[in-house]
Design a protein around this ligand. Sequence first.
Ligand code: XMP
Length: 503
Amino acid sequence: MDRILVLDFGSQYSHLICRRIRDMSVYAELAPHDAPLEPGGASGVILSGGPESVYAEGAPRPHPSVFEAGVPVLGICYGHQLVVERFGGRVRRANREYGSSELEVVDGAGLLGGIGGSVRAWMSHGDEAEEVPPGFEVIGRTGASAAAAIAMRERRVYGIQFHPEVAHTERGSRILENFAVGICGAKKEWTMEGFAESAMSSISATGGRILCGVSGGIDSSVAALLIHRAAGDRLTCVLVDNGLLREGEREEAESVLRGLGINLETVDASERFLARLRGVSDPEEKRMAVGDEFARVFTEFARERGPFRWLAQGTLYPDVIESGSAKGPASVIKSHHNVGGLPSWLGLEVLEPLRDLYKDEVRKVARVLGIPGSVSARHPFPGPGLAVRVIGEVTPAKLQIARSAGRIVEEELRGAGLYGSVWQAYAAVGDDMAVGVVGDERRHGNIVIVRVVDSVDAMTADWTRLPHGVLEGISNRITNEIEGAAWVAYAISSKPPATIEPQ
Ligand code: XMP
């Protein structure tokens, strides 16, 4: 398949470049900034933005093969400056230009074709091209950057100072399409129907039994269904009920997955998990305990029902990139738990059919495969489950409050037509108590914290400005229907500085 290679120089938008191109059905892949380009390895290369200055010592540069392969190259922001420098121009520190600028199109054919005479373009840089390299012409400029877009047509090398991948740049997708399709000639072959077909044909080519852990969430359900369609009886799915699931989650997952014909077994391990969590109140210790217990249960299952050759996981593209990144280790905010902690002596090979996909692409595959909307629209749920929504020690009483109140939050949002438009919505509970009055009696009960957030990728999040009437409905129902709940509070911290889950 034709592909566009996006070299990552560290911009927070590098992933977005890939996604925009994939949205136009052209396959794009992110690679480390110094990845070499094999002959025939890509139809074109994009150099992303990045935080460095090209004139700084040790500034990251692409592998020489990138400019020698003869394929079209587009530099964006830092990538633009790399192009300027590589071809003999000069980059200098400039007035910082952040936010929207008016881009005047000087040459409306080729890269900037079809976008009109001027567009709003998103800038975020502190350097600019002082001297345009020989052989290049200026095809666009802004008030502050005389060479905001440059081109050397014969060699098909381009540089743009602004970010076409962000939504704030008008007609930015058209510019990327002009490059990927018009200039590189990449074919629009990346469709989710095509993906599902080729994933299934490579899964059919594997031999041996496959074990897949499922949670009822979209990623593991899509992975399981793809494998089921391709491998049939060779697949066994296991759902570990750790006693920390949302209300009705286990039953729903069982009915959906079995309804799709998947061979699913449920292991009820809730007692084991709750026993393991008794007396543990530190958030990281709780996460470790859940992850470790999960690995034990899973391993026992694999041993008893094996032998299996493959372990299937619903790993997505951003996880693959992050774990393979050459960058320094980001500080651990929370230890995320997944099946990655299984012992190597189990000797299972890993099968990750979704490792090339972004979340929204997984949603599209779910539609292609006919997975019910209730699964694909479900909010994300953390691996350690309600253990991170119960603050402090996990006790059956607190779990019950978090579970019932969470259901009420979801029901009220659904009733108000808001469930689908927020990122996550749930209730948390800790050990703080408050006094209430019910009928004529005093009630001493827990304070329940309701958290509803908007986000696009969970990296940042903002609290949702829910209508007061909806908040009121949630609060009334929680205090009326849940005996141990006395007060309801609404969490109004964004991420950062808070995180989405309380623990
Ligand atoms: P935080 O709380 O770090 O969460 O802002 C960001 C997103 O990740 C989810 N989350 C997890 N997901 N395993 C997961 O698979 C985990 O251990 C885990 N912890 C948090 C959280 O629900 C939010 O969507």
